[in-house]
Design a binder for this molecule. Structure first.
Ligand code: ZN
Ligand code: ZN
Length: 348
């Protein structure tokens, strides 16, 4: 590609404002890779940024988008092992490299990370730059949908590790959006039984069943708590929140089994609260754990996707042109009844 070319990009300018702009195609510096975006997933966090609910580490004007499926276009000096057109995903979390968390291999907990799609331009553009060590090659079998889901699945794999799963437990997943369905895909292949899930939308409940959930219940239906309790006579050994809704977690808390683990995975609003009875936690010897972003788990995510274990096509339900970006980001919550993961193709 000749220098001086321009590309189309959706630029987040301010709260409530994403505009289509023409930007120069960036030039890869030593150690960087220029990636041609195939598609980029719209995430709940993009919606939170757009709505002004998430500002930490976001530096507008910036191109959002951190769920990136791309192909190698050009490499900067010193980069080897990446052939042109290689399909890849991007690990968006760049730790400062100098803090205690970065030094202990947990860049996701770095206090001052540089995140692609928050601070550095992300995937809602035709091209982006990424450090070569954040480019994760994918076999063609992963497909573009696999590339789009690779980062989210890497987050789920981190949560899975933190859950400390033991064979023979009962699991309950709250919510069947992208994250909830990825959890179902993993847990359906794990030695847990039964695998229960809750979801308000009929469309998503059907997907959860197809992904391998044993029972999927509607929390808005009459008698919900009773039917859930009857499915869980001794409680759930693992409760995974994939809703980010404190009231859903609150409702499920009494169902935590003795010795059980609650995983806070969904992103709840800043400052929201749960009521916890410490005696009940003590009495059950229960654990509450959390997980945040991927700590370098994208290579494992890539292997799993390449293996065909994750029905990515079931989860990426629409790919829209870049002109629809602002609408897709703003509609994240209103499309729940008909979409799961919406991706943007910047070439359309
Ligand atoms: Zn995301
Ligand atoms: Zn750091």
């Amino acid at each position: 590609m000749p220098p001086g070319e321009t590309m189309r990009a959706g630029v987040f300018k301010a709260v409530g404002r994403i505009t289509l702009s023409s930007l120069p195609v960036p030039v890869p510096q030593p150690g960087q890779v220029l990636l041609r975006v195939e598609a980029c997933g719209v995430c709940g966090t993009d919606n939170h940024i757009f709505a002004g609910e998430l500002t930490d580490g976001v530096h507008p004007p910036v191109v959002l988008g951190h769920e990136i499926a791309a192909r190698v276009e050009r490499v900067g000096a010193g980069v080897s092992g990446l052939a042109k057109r290689q399909l890849c995903a991007v690990d968006p979390v760049i730790g400062c490299g100098a803090c205690r968390m970065c030094h202990s291999g947990r860049p996701n907990l770095c206090a001052d990370p540089t995140v692609i799609g928050y601070k550095l331009n992300g995937g809602f553009a035709q091209y982006l730059l990424a450090p070569a060590n954040k480019v994760v090659p994918l076999a063609e079998s992963a497909g573009v949908a696999g590339g789009v889901l690779c980062e989210t699945l890497a987050c789920v794999i981190n949560g899975y590790d933190r859950l400390g799963l033991r064979a023979g437990g009962v699991a309950l997943v709250l919510g069947a959006g992208t994250v909830g369905l990825l959890w179902t895909a993993l847990l359906a292949r794990s030695p847990v039984s039964p695998l229960l899930q809750t979801e308000i939308e009929e469309f998503r409940r059907r997907k959860a069943l197809r992904m391998g959930a044993d029972v999927v219940l509607d929390p808005a239906a009459g008698g919900f708590e009773q039917s859930l309790r009857s499915q869980l006579p001794e409680g759930a050994d693992y409760i995974i929140d994939a809703t980010g809704d404190p009231s859903a977690i609150q409702q499920a808390l009494p169902l935590l089994a003795r010795g059980g683990t609650l995983l806070i995975f969904g992103v709840c609003p800043v400052g929201s609260q749960l009521r916890i009875d410490p005696f009940e936690l003590y009495n059950k010897e229960a654990r509450i754990v959390a997980s945040k972003m991927p700590p370098g788990t994208l290579a494992r995510s890539a292997r799993l996707i390449e293996s065909g274990a994750i029905p990515c096509q079931e989860i990426v339900t629409a790919t829209l042109p870049l002109s629809q970006l602002a609408r897709a980001v703003a509609s994240f919550n209103t499309w729940r009844d008909r979409q799961v993961k919406v991706a943007i193709n910047p070439w359309e």
